[in-house]
Write a protein that binds this ligand. Sequence first.
Ligand code: NAI
Length: 345
Amino acid sequence: MKVAVFNTKSYDKEFLCLSNANYHHDLTFFEPHLSLETAPLAAGYPAICVFVNDILDASVLQTLSQQGTKLIALRCAGYNNVDLEAAQSLGMTVVRVPAYSPYAVAEYTVGMMLDLNRKIHRAYSRVREGNFSLEGLLGFDFYGKTVGILGIGKIGAIVCRILNGFGCKVLAFDPYAKPAIQEELDLRLVSKEALFAESDIISLHCPLTPETFHIIDAHSIEQMKPGVMLINTSRGAVIDTRAVIEGLKSGKIGTLGMDVYEEEGDLFFQDLSCQVIKDDVFTRLLTFPNVLITGHQAFFTKEALTHISETTLSNISDIEAGRPCPNQIKAEASYAVAATASSGH
Ligand code: NAI
């Protein structure tokens, strides 16, 4: 099928081209994001392939439909950027990649923990400047520490297994977890309050839903151990960033690792190094020496990108052949499902 690929980065092109050897779609790569201005690029393409920050509102979909596009292939899990009702009323099909690699995200999460604890990123800069002092680089042993995992799904479970290997005691809060998981993963299911009170390290792996929106706020921070390490590789809005800044200023939060940020849509996945960042909350976070922020890269492994490409192209083949596609999104998908999906990417 003829596919217009929007928002193409070098790695998207590389992995889609590699996988396409097995699917033989006719791919054309465009660098710009999809928007009302760039939608005309898709004229004559029955399918388009887009990412999380492309705009697929009713007016963009209307333009695409008038130009002959019938299939929207999302190379991500989230679809909160797609007006599904408009797509349905225009007779357009929307497909996505529901999950890529939980190992990628789990391993990255533990990497953030280790780096923050031993301040490896700071040591790296020091040594390059000829500063071999150890002042300020003191860490702690993970062995014997208590780690609280909020959301013990695919990623949370892998984080738990890795930390079990370090000799950590793992607690988890997940209202939907089955009790059997305790034996399976060698952890203890506890209340949210107990997790906050007992954990030396807290790692967030729940989806963003109305229930988990700002689940880390001033009240929950108040309940945590002084000097707690907080890691968020799930979804930015799970954390109330302003409350976390206060927690860092008071010393209640000892270290913070974030791969996601509430307002990341205006920042991440772009090179803004020659521009002034206007988000004062974000720039305040960057001033703390005990904060590590990365731009939503936890998923970014060869395996995950291979899976994204394979699934995207296979979804397109299914629709082209008129086969049922397990990854097709229907307009009636509930808010909770959409929020869960959008939290992946
Ligand atoms: P999953 O669906 O396997 O697990 C999520 C778990 O959270 C489930 O066990 C669910 O019961 C639990 N949960 C739901 N509501 C909860 C609540 N109110 N409190 C506590 N737990 C709750 O999802 P998976 O694959 O483990 O992904 C977890 C999150 O990781 C995603 O939702 C996404 O936000 C994030 N993610 C981040 C990526 C990155 O690159 N930084 C990439 C992919 C996912």
